[in-house]
Design a protein around this ligand. Structure first.
Ligand SMILES: [Zn+2]
Length: 229
């Protein structure tokens, strides 16, 4: 059962226990950002919150972010994510979005920032007017999945550095897992951890994750689940 939390008149977060997703309302349109892991009726839930025409944007296509996608004919998503989306069973027509695109909800613009690494087509969304950065799974203080197909730690590090170019344009980061909200200093911490892992300097241990062997690096600020070294 999903839990709806009102952040303000135009912004909601929906918690499904495993993952969270968001409803951002403008003056003309509303954007559902992801549809959770166990929420096939995500569309119905948010239609109870707004009468505005609704669009769906996916931060990326991992299974825990697309459970309610079936109720949408079109999805705004990075074209680099299409393979992952279709493999996860994702349906509908893809409206490709790219770095620098501005999705205008009416008096509220969401700017697309490409942050590949966690997945090839991961994006962040900057709502500069409301000083919010939606970070998907890439910036969060839970466990960041970096093992298996599609993950790339070099690109992930590059993307965190790219995100730092937007420092000062937001106050809060809205992640899909872990603590809500988090602050920009988490990006610096994740960069330290990811760089230590890449350099082979971090200590980890083997874990079995859904039948796959992964290597778990636990830092005070977040965890990373990576391929075996
Ligand atoms: Zn996730």
């Amino acid at each position: 059962m999903a839990d709806v939390v009102k952040i303000n008149e135009k912004t909601y977060r929906i918690e499904d226990g495993e993952v969270r997703f968001f409803l951002f309302c403008g003056s003309e349109k509303a954007a559902l950002i992801d549809t959770g892991m166990n929420v096939p009726d995500a569309r119905k839930i948010v239609e109870g919150l707004t009468d505005l025409p609704l669009i769906l944007i996916n931060t990326h296509a991992d299974m825990d972010h697309i459970s309610g996608n079936k109720k949408f004919d079109e999805i705004y998503i990075s074209p680099a994510e299409e393979e992952n989306y279709r493999e996860s069973g994702g349906q509908g027509k893809i409206i490709p979005i790219h770095e620098g695109d501005e999705i205008d909800l009416g008096d509220r613009i969401l700017r697309v920032i490409d942050i590949p690494g966690h997945t090839p087509g991961s994006i962040a969304l900057l709502d500069e007017k409301n000083r919010i950065l939606v970070s998907g799974d890439s910036v969060q203080d839970g466990n960041i999945f970096m093992f298996g197909k599609y993950r790339n730690i070099d690109l992930y590090i590059k993307s965190l550095n790219h995100l730092k170019e937007f420092d000062g344009l937001y106050d809060d980061i809205y992640p899909m897992h872990g603590t809500f909200p988090v602050k920009a200093d988490l990006i610096d911490k994740l960069l330290v951890g990811a760089n230590e892992i890449k350099a082979g300097k971090a200590e980890g241990k083997e874990e079995n994750i859904f039948g796959t062997k992964a290597y778990f690096y636990k830092f005070p600020y977040a965890g990373f689940l990576c391929d075996l070294p």
